[in-house]
Design a protein around this ligand. Sequence first.
Ligand code: HEC
Length: 87
Amino acid sequence: MVPAIVLALSGAAVLWWRGQPHTPEALFRARCSACHELRAERVCGFAPALRPAIVDTMRRLHGAAAVIDGAEAAIIKRYLSEELPCP
Ligand code: HEC
């Protein structure tokens, strides 16, 4: 028989996993709206090659390093410069 603690922990893991963003877009939407509304239109105002610098600025000057770690920042930077749909 599986101990209840194992069941409880795996249930918690599933809930944690479901709550995490799983695509670059979801990560952008979740992390970049932590402090202000999502500013996708603003980001679109910058050329694709310049958009990664916004992520660096948020992390260095505005404290976003506390909510966006290095690996997440890399994913968001790539998303903003290569995939963000702009009008
Ligand atoms: C830890 C809080 C925080 C997080 C997380 C954060 N920002 Fe910001 N952001 C700020 C602050 C503070 C400012 C400057 C004040 C303001 O414009 O609200 C700012 C300003 C901006 C601006 C300038 C807006 C303008 O009107 O000129 C853009 C664009 C922006 N953020 C995009 C992003 C993106 C993209 C992300 C995700 C990578 C992000 N922010 C994550 C705090 C944050």
